[in-house]
Design a binder for this molecule. Structure first.
Ligand code: C2E
Ligand code: CA
Ligand code: CA
Length: 723
């Protein structure tokens, strides 16, 4: 803007300068023309005087007009001559008494009356001649004056060389005759002057009304009396210059205006682009690029706003902290594009849940990252936390059809209430996180509302972690072994090592409680290595029975896992073929290639691999086909359901068929009853494990049982069945 103003002012200055200098040039030009016109009139006078003098001063004139008066000569050689050759209008010869002796006029034949009129107008020139300041002025003079009401040049010359001498003291006139010639300043004279001076429309005007732009020249006599007014159209070099300059100036102005407009438009566009860019950046900064939902930053802002609102008396709200279950598996097995699509589907469903609920503007669905979402919802009317949570769960757990895949995932929700008791956003988030942990721990696919107990829970978990670390360091853990028997249940062919921890204060803590703590804190690596070493050491007393060791995903994914196994085998001198590692499906997720190469290396050492808990996870055929498992362990839950649900039996049949088809041994876990045993055996299961064949016991007891197998026979009816 300031640049535009400066340039506009500069251009304005240029215009003003051009116009004012043009005006000045015009003024100078008019002044020059005025002076030239005055000089031209004077020059005319001089010429008329000179022409008259050339006749009046001649010897002939003296002889014929002064010494002796010849009227014929006066008519011919004075009047007619000056008229004919020099265009004088009227010529007079006046005697020493001021009386007209002879007169000539080109307009008419002079008579007494005309002469009398003319004589009155000739008086001033004769007076001037008489009053001349010096001899020359008393010899000849010229005036510009009115003659018979016309402006005229009136020249008077004394005949002869000297001045007129007065006849006597009282006479006003000279004794010598005087010639007077009148040249009217008529249109011919004016045209002549105009053509010489190159001025246009030079004319005599009656009044002072002339077209604008024309110049008025008042012709006055020496006393300032107006004789006549002339007018002409002055040359206007300034105007001409302006006329010449204007097109360029106009072009320049137009160019500048165009440029200014262009620059302005460009700047406006740029400004608009910047604003749009800022908006987009802001949007990007506040939204998730994948699904378009508000992101963590946006969510944090809204959470603060809602807390403020609640504190000021607004309705209570709730934060639903949603974590997808099994999303990682989908992402890892089906690829990221399917994972992305799944996230978009989840987004849509979450948004619909909120939208169908109400149009409250404070409500928000945000993606906090990965498979974590947050829903903020005001609680009004009949909407309860439970009903909202249930709707979210129902929406998310329904199957997704993506590509050719039919995908089922679950969700765990931690809920934290935002009411007037809430202090700040950090607390809300912590509470929701704790509630989410609880939901996951209680078996997923559920929502948990935070309560004050959870805080205690969290600190007790922390304490448990500290105690577990000490237990690992001080050999406070024990390892029990559960027998694995052949299909008939008669012979123990292996054992599974199961970790036990007896807390000095709390007593026995089940693995379902301390294994997650170990996994959460990373202690599982040390715990796992301890179990592996203990199991290998104990197994040396178990004859040729194999020993199965559970491996946590965290442990298996470590780059040094295979070398740890090698080292332990070398240290304990256990035959690698007697060691069996039990992996779950989640172990394989993530980097397929790394998992596969680790498994191949273990196979090369001679270690056998079992797929644990089959049927509970993603249960992909791909795992079975791609990974070199020796064994498949049907999860306890199926065995448990055999008698209750028809499809469980069908699934067990299918899994057995699958394992056998792929050349794997199939183990059934959790066999408790004779009927289960019967069914599983009939289905073709190779190996049985469960309370029916023995609970987990100490290494010493396993050794004892191996030494005296007859003491551990199954009860009679089953034996009959088994045989
Ligand atoms: P898992 O690997 O599936 O182990 C089998 C679990 O089933 C054991 O529970 C066992 O006591 C139980 N079980 C065996 N037969 C029966 C039966 O007939 N009926 C019923 N109801 N249960 C039966 P446990 O010892 O409580 O272990 C639980 C889980 O803890 C294990 O499941 C395993 O995943 C984990 N775990 C135990 N020890 C270790 C370990 O040393 N390392 C690792 N990484 N995980 C371990
Ligand atoms: Ca196991
Ligand atoms: Ca198992």
């Amino acid at each position: 803007m300031p640049i535009g103003v400066i340039v506009a002012v500069a251009i304005l200055c240029i215009i003003v300068a051009v116009l004012s200098s043009a005006q000045r040039a015009d003024e100078i030009s008019v002044e020059t023309e005025r002076q030239m016109f005055a000089r031209a009139i004077r020059n005319y006078g001089t010429r008329v005087l000179r022409e008259l003098e050339s006749v009046a001063s001649s010897e002939d004139a003296v002889r014929n007009l002064r010494t002796h008066f010849d009227p014929e000569w006066a008519q011919q050689r004075l009047g007619t001559w000056l008229d004919t050759y020099f265009d004088h209008d009227s010529v007079f010869l006046i005697d020493g008494y001021g009386k007209i002796i002879s007169s000539h006029s080109r307009w008419r034949r002079p008579d007494e009356a005309w002469n009398a009129l003319a004589q009155a107008d000739l008086m001033p020139v004769l007076q001037a001649l008489h009053n001349g300041a010096n001899a020359d002025e008393r010899h000849r003079t010229v005036r510009i004056d009115n003659f018979l009401n016309r402006p005229a040049i009136i020249a008077a010359v004394v005949v002869g060389r000297g001045e007129a001498e007065p006849v006597d003291e009282t006479s006003a006139f000279s004794s010598a005759p005087v010639t007077v010639s009148v040249k009217t300043i008529d249109q011919d004279v004016l045209s002549d002057i105009a053509s010489h001076l190159r001025i246009r429309h030079l004319r005599r005007v009656a009044g002072s009304v002339v077209p604008s732009g024309d110049f008025l020249y008042p012709l006055v006599d020496e006393n300032g009396r107006l004789i006549a007014t002339f007018a002409w159209t002055p040359n206007q070099p300034g105007a001409e210059i302006v006329n010449n300059v204007v097109p360029f100036l106009a072009t320049a102005l137009a160019g500048f205006a165009l440029l200014a407009a262009f620059v302005l438009r460009y700047m406006r566009r740029t400004a608009a682009a910047i604003v749009a860019g800022e908006k987009r950046l802001h949007h990007l900064a506040m939204h998730d690029p994948l699904c378009g939902l508000p992101n963590r930053a946006f969510f944090a802002e809204r959470l603060e706003a809602i807390i403020e609102d609640v504190k000021l008396g607004g309705p209570s709200a709730a934060l639903f902290y949603v974590d997808l279950d099994h999303f990682k598996e989908v992402n890892d097995t089906l690829g990221h594009h399917i994972g992305d699509e799944l996230i978009r589907n989840v987004t849509l469903r979450l948004s619909n849940v909120l939208r169908s609920q109400s149009e409250r503007t404070a409500d928000l669905v945000a993606r906090l990252g990965g498979d974590e979402f947050a829903v903020l919802s005001q609680l009004t009317g009949n909407e309860t936390i439970t009903s909202i949570a249930n709707r979210i769960l129902a929406a998310l757990c329904a199957p997704y059809a993506i590509g050719n895949h039919n995908i089922v995932i679950g969700a765990s929700i931690g809920v934290s209430l935002i009411d007037e008791k809430v202090t700040d956003a950090a607390d809300i988030l912590r509470y929701a996180d704790m509630a989410l942990y609880r939901a996951k721990n209680e078996g997923r696919n559920r929502a948990c509302l935070y309560d004050a107990e959870m805080d205690a829970d969290l600190s007790s978990r922390k304490l448990l972690e500290i105690d577990l670390r000490r237990a690992i360091e001080t050999d406070g853990l024990t390892l029990l072994y559960q027998p694995l028997v052949n299909a008939s249940g008669e012979r123990m062919i292996g054992v599974e090592a199961l970790c036990r921890w007896t807390h000095p204060v709390r007593g026995a803590i089940p693995p379902s409680e301390f294994i997650p703590v170990a996994e959460h804190s990373g202690l599982i690596v040390e715990l796992g290595e301890w179990v592996l070493r203990r199991a290998c050491l104990d197994a040396r007393d178990f004859g040729d029975v194999s020993v199965a060791v559970n491996v946590s995903p965290l442990q298996f994914r470590r780059a040094d896992f295979v070398s740890v196994v090698e080292r332990v085998l070398a240290e304990t001198q256990l035959d690698p073929s007697r060691l069996e590692l039990e992996l779950t499906e989640s172990t394989l997720l993530g980097n397929f290639d790394l998992a596969e190469s680790a498994m191949r290396r273990l196979k090369n050492i001679g270690v056998r691999l079992a797929l644990d808990d089959f049927g509970t996870g993603y249960s992909s055929l791909q795992y079975l086909r791609n990974f070199p498992f020796d064994k498949l362990k049907i999860d306890r839950s199926f065995v448990d359901s055999i008698e209750k649900a028809a499809d469980a039996a069908a699934i067990v049949h299918a899994i057995v068929g699958l394992g056998r088809g792929l050349g794997m041994k199939v183990t059934a876990e959790g066999v408790e009853t004779a009927d289960q045993h019967l069914f599983l055996r009939a289905a073709g299961v190779h190996i049985m494990q469960g309370y029916r064949f023995g609970r987990a016991v100490s290494a010493a007891e396993i050794s004892a049982r191996l030494a005296r197998p007859e003491l551990y026979r199954l009860s009679a009816p089953e034996t009959a069945l088994a045989s």
